[in-house]
Design a protein around this ligand. Sequence first.
Ligand code: SF4
Length: 362
Amino acid sequence: MRIGDPHLQVEIVHSDGACSHNTSCPARQEETGRRMGETLYRSFNSYLREVFGCRVQKVTIDAGLTCPNRDGRLGTGGCIYCNEKGSGTGAAARALSVSRQLEQGISFLARKYKAEKFIAYFQSFSNTYAPLERLRSLYAEALENPRVVGLSIGTRPDCVPDEILDHLADLAQDRLIWLEYGLQSSSEKTLALIRRGHGLQVFEDAVLRTRRRHLPVCVHVILGLPGEGLREMLNTARCLAGQDIQGIKLHLLYVVRGTVLHRWYESGRYRCLSRDEYAAAVGEFLSLLPPWVVIQRLTGDPHREELVAPAWSLEKEKNLQAIHDYLRTNNLYQGKHFPAPGGGFPPGSGGTTRIDTKASLG
Ligand code: SF4
C-alpha cells in the first residue's frame, strides 16, 4: 500500500464490527453521512494534512508543453474557452525552468500559508504530451527539490500512453502522484460543442489504465457549459459517481478574452451562470458524489486581466460562501444522495463500492 489512499482515509471502524468496506452497510452509511454533514465536503487541504501531517500546498508549474488540440494533431483552435496560455501561468514562455518556478512558488506559499511540504502541479496544457525522456527529466527536476513530496499531472485523457503511466507508477513507489484528467462534461454532445477532441470512452479507458497502476485520478469538470442546464451537469455528477475516481475539481465556465467563447458571449450565443446558479449547481453536484472523493477545487481562479465575464467570478471568498450557504440551507453535503437515485452502485461492484483496500493512492 502506498501513501495517500483517499479511500482508506475515510474508513470508519464500527464498534459493532460491521463491514467498513461496503457502503450498503447501514451503519457505515449513517456514520459517513453524519461525518460528511459536519464537514460538508472532503477538502483537499484536510486530505493532504491527513496524509502528511502538515500544511501542503500545490505549486503551479508551466513546463512549456503543448496540447494536441492546439498543435495541429487534433486541431489548432483549442477548446472554445481556452486561450493561447492553455490555462497556465506563461512561466515557460518567460524561460523559467521547473526548478526555478518551484523555488519561487515555494518561497511565496511557505510565507503565505506556512506550508511545509509541496506538490509540483504541472498545470499548463497537456503534461503527458511529450516523449517519455523529456517528461522523465521534467518530473525528476521537480522531485529533486527536497520539499516536494509529490506531483500532480494535469493532462488530457487521450494523452496517456501506457509507458508514461508505468513511469508515473514507478515514481509513486515513494511519492504522491496524482493524474488530473480534463473531462469537463460526460455529454458527448457537449464535448463536441466545446471542441474537446475526445469523447467519454477515451476518458473511461484512461481512468481504467491509471487505476490498474493504482494511481489516483482527479477529474476536471466545468459547470455552466453552453447547452447545459442543471440536468446535464448533474448527469455528469452521476456518471462520475460510478467511476473509479479519487478527486474532482469543479470550475465555473468564465469567458476569457480572445477565445471562441468570447465571440459567442459578445454575440449573445452564450450566457454566464449567476453566482446563485453556480452555488446551486455545485451543491447538488457534491451531494451526488461518493463521500471519499477529494474535492480539490470548488471554483476557478480567472486571471483578472484576461477575464471578460462574469465579474463575480473574481470574488472567490463570496463564491465559496455562497456554495457553503446553499449546502447548509438545503441540508446538503457531499455523498448525501450517493448512490444516485436510479444509479445504484457501479456496474460489476456486486453492490459494494469500488473501495480497494489493496490499492495504493486511491
Ligand atoms: S485540452 Fe486544455 S490546453 Fe488543450 S485546448 Fe483544451 S483547454 Fe486548452
